[in-house]
Each structure stands twice: as structure tokens, then as C-alpha cells.
Design a protein around this ligand. Structure first.
Ligand SMILES: [Zn+2]
Length: 425
């Protein structure tokens, strides 16, 4: 039996170098739709409210500890130990399964740990109607999945549609609301052989706003712009919300309508991105993308922000990362500077080569191509280190030309290695 190694947590994979002989212990989540009865749904919503109260109380407790001079704040362990007294005083909290309460406190602790590492902001208050909390049962013996029924503690049997079989060892079961629908997320532990490195062709993808992706093989996918198309309907639905009386049932209905429209847009976008990323992960061993600070770009350019978010740039990279890791491929990120003004044939950088949004005609060698496909080819060259980041001619007409040249030179060999997010040497 080869030795076991931990490889991933959740979907995102950050793997160490591995040899083929190793088994990889992976966590994989399976998501199924569940249909609670009206009584079960009412109880779930009541549990959500209790958990919201617990989260806010525990968070205040921590903030109080941080505000004290010695900065002694309670750990998740302390707070879980205090659950017994709290549940005896608050009967509505005692109705929620104990493990679900404990897991919420662990999640709060994780959020604070991420905040201390400066990965995110401090956890905020959970608000009614805005923040939905999930209910996680962590003990595998306390919940059960039979054919098309999920048995959750205190809730009984929930009808579920099991559209694909579970794999591996069952671990945790989570119930989560999405608008007016309920889902269960079941996390399983899977032992799988480490995938062998693949030697299929390399492809580079240039992400854009008008064209969602253009790859170095010449394939272009136009941005479906789901959000833009839904904007009129969303505006109308949001106007209806503002006209309804605060606290009324009709306002709740109108708010649900807005939430459902947003959910539809999100699902449409996710569907397209999943199809695209799966196709690339199956057909190519190495996928090259430009390294972009998507969040920074959204903050900086209000005009483009909507288009960037609507194209799902971040989601595409995230999907590619884990799908390639599962199939033994790799994702490479390369610097993006001047990729749209660089000629993929001769490597000369000139802003005049980019004649229009879609037309690229090199001023030095006359090479003609679709601008996005040309940019994708430049990215591929940068990854292959053949035509690499432009030497000699600095970008014409750029005030930052000198600075940019230094940056481009710096990215040539050594740091390219660091841009390999996931590689097996
Ligand atoms: Zn050229």
C-alpha cells in the first residue's frame, strides 16, 4: 500500500510535487437538490435564525476579547465548550443539532484566522434576509443517505434527487438555501491514484470583455453577457421592491423575484464557464492564461467592471485550476503586459499594430490576425519561452515604456517558474 498524502481541501487544489506511485486523498463535494416539506422548511428557517443569533453573539464575544488590553479572545474550542450553558438558557438554540452549532463556531474561527493572515476582512454581522447560513452535520454517523432520502438529525427524512452516485467515504452533510430552493452538499473522502502528467498540446487563453475567450488555436467564444441582458428585468424588479411597504409580505415576494433573477444570471454564467473549462481540461495538458488582478481591475475601471464580472474571468481560472489538477494537467499564469500590442510572429511591440478592437496588423512584419487570437499566441510564446517578452523595441507612445521594459525583462525566466501554479516538473 503506497503511503497516503493529503492533497487538497475542497475543490481548489494546491498540490506538492508528486510521483505516480502515490495515492492522493481528496475531498470531493456532491451537490443534490432536496425538497423539504413545509414543516421541515419552517424548522430549517427557524434554525437559520438561531444560528444567525449564535454567530453574531460569538463574533461580538471575540471582538470584545480583541478590544481588551491583553487581546485575549476566545478560541473555537472555548466557544464550543460554552455551548452547553448557552443552549440550556436559549431553548430556540437547543432545538438546533449540537454539531451544527459547533461547526458554525469553527467556521467563525476560520474566518478570523483568515482575517489575521490578511486574506480577507473581519467577519461581519449576519443580517436577516441577506445572509444565509448553511447547516453542517459533521459526524458521518448522524446523517444517512438512502436511495432518494436524506436523514438529517432532528429533521427526519428529506426527499432528495440523487442524480449521480456518491464516491468514497462519506464525511459531512450540509443543508443550504439558494433563493427558494434547498440543496445538500455531501463531502466525501476519495483515495485516487495520482494522475500521470499529460503531454497533450499547450493552449493559451486570452480573456476579454467582448470575446469571453480567444485561444491560440484560433477559437473565439463571444461573451454571452447574461447580466447585461437581464438588466432591464432586474431594474423593473428592483423598482417594484422599492415601491412596496417595508416589512410587508409583498415586499418579501418582490425581493425574492430579484434574488431569483440574480440566481438565474449566476447559473447561466456558471454553466458556460464549466462547459468551457471542462473542454479545455479534457483536450489539453497545459493551459496558459494571463496573470490578471481581476479584483483590482474591477475597482479601477467602472466602465469595464460590469463586463469583466459578467464574463466570469475569475471563475474560469478557478475551474481550470482544479479540473486540470484532477486530470493531471497544469495551469500556467504568465505576465499580461502588452500582450495585445505584441506581434506573435516577430515579437515587436507597437500600439499602432492594434488597428481596431479586433484587428491586429504588425507595423514591422505585416502579420495580420484577430487581435485576441494574436494576444493568446503571445501568451503561449511567453509560456514556451521561445519568442518571449519582447526585447528591443519598447512600446511606442507609452509614457510608462521604460518602467514596462524593466518589468518585462524581469519576467523572462526566473519568475516564470514561479508563475506555474500547479506543476509536476
Ligand atoms: Zn510582426
Amino acid at each position: 500500500m503506497p503511503p497516503r498524502r493529503y492533497h487538497t481541501t475542497g475543490g481548489l487544489v494546491r498540490a506538492k510535487r508528486a510521483t505516480r506511485a502515490y495515492l492522493v486523498l481528496t475531498h470531493k463535494a456532491f451537490r443534490y437538490r432536496v425538497y423539504p416539506t413545509p414543516a421541515q422548511e419552517a424548522r430549517l428557517i427557524a434554525w437559520e435564525a438561531s444560528l444567525r443569533w449564535l454567530w453574531n453573539l460569538a463574533n461580538e464575544h471575540r471582538l470584545l476579547g480583541l478590544a481588551m488590553s491583553k487581546k485575549r479572545y476566545p478560541s473555537a474550542f472555548d466557544q464550543i465548550n460554552g455551548l452547553k450553558d448557552l443552549r440550556s438558557e436559549a431553548p430556540w438554540l437547543a432545538d438546533v443539532p449540537r454539531d451544527v452549532c459547533a461547526q458554525l463556531l469553527v467556521k467563525l474561527d476560520n474566518s478570523w484566522q483568515r482575517c489575521f493572515k490578511r486574506l480577507c476582512r473581519a467577519p461581519h454581522w449576519k443580517r436577516k434576509g441577506r445572509d444565509f447560513l448553511s447547516l453542517t452535520e459533521t459526524h458521518p454517523k448522524k446523517w444517512r443517505l438512502d436511495a432518494s432520502v436524506i436523514r438529517f438529525p432532528k429533521l427526519g427524512n428529506l426527499r432528495a434527487v440523487i442524480h449521480r452516485p456518491l464516491e468514497g467515504t462519506r464525511k459531512t452533510c450540509t443543508l443550504k438555501r439558494d433563493g427558494n430552493q434547498w440543496f445538500t452538499h455531501i463531502v466525501c473522502e476519495i483515495d485516487r491514484p495520482d494522475p500521470a502528467s499529460r503531454h497533450e498540446p499547450v493552449v493559451a487563453i486570452d480573456r476579454g470583455v467582448v470575446n469571453m475567450t480567444a485561444d491560440s488555436d484560433g477559437n473565439i467564444v463571444q461573451s454571452p453577457r447574461f447580466y447585461t441582458h437581464a438588466m432591464k428585468r432586474l431594474a423593473r424588479a428592483q423598482r417594484t421592491v422599492s415601491r412596496r411597504k417595508k416589512g410587508s409580505k409583498n415586499r418579501e415576494k418582490a425581493k425574492l423575484r430579484v434574488a431569483l433573477l440574480h440566481r438565474k444570471v449566476r447559473r447561466q454564467r456558471e454553466h458556460v464557464v464549466h462547459c468551457l473549462s471542462s473542454a479545455y481540461a479534457k483536450s489539453h495538458g497545459t493551459v496558459v492564461v494571463e496573470k490578471l488582478n481581476t479584483a483590482g481591475m474591477v475597482r479601477a475601471s467602472s466602465g469595464l467592471a460590469c463586463g469583466i464580472l459578467d464574463s466570469g474571468w475569475g471563475l474560469l481560472v478557478w475551474c481550470l485550476t482544479y479540473k486540470l489538477a484532477w486530470s493531471g494537467g497544469r495551469l500556467v499564469e504568465v505576465p499580461a503586459q502588452y500582450s495585445s500590442q505584441t506581434c506573435s510572429a516577430c515579437g515587436v511591440v507597437d500600439s499602432k499594430s492594434r488597428r481596431s478592437r479586433s484587428e491586429f496588423c504588425c507595423v514591422a512584419c505585416g502579420h495580420r490576425e484577430h487581435a485576441d487570437v494574436n494576444a493568446a499566441k503571445v501568451l503561449k510564446h511567453r509560456a514556451n519561452r521561445s519568442v518571449l517578452p519582447v526585447e528591443g523595441s519598447p512600446p511606442v507612445g507609452s509614457r510608462r515604456s521604460r518602467k514596462a521594459k524593466v518589468k518585462l525583462r524581469g519576467t523572462r525566466l526566473s519568475t516564470l517558474e514561479n508563475h506555474v501554479l500547479y506543476g509536476r516538473g
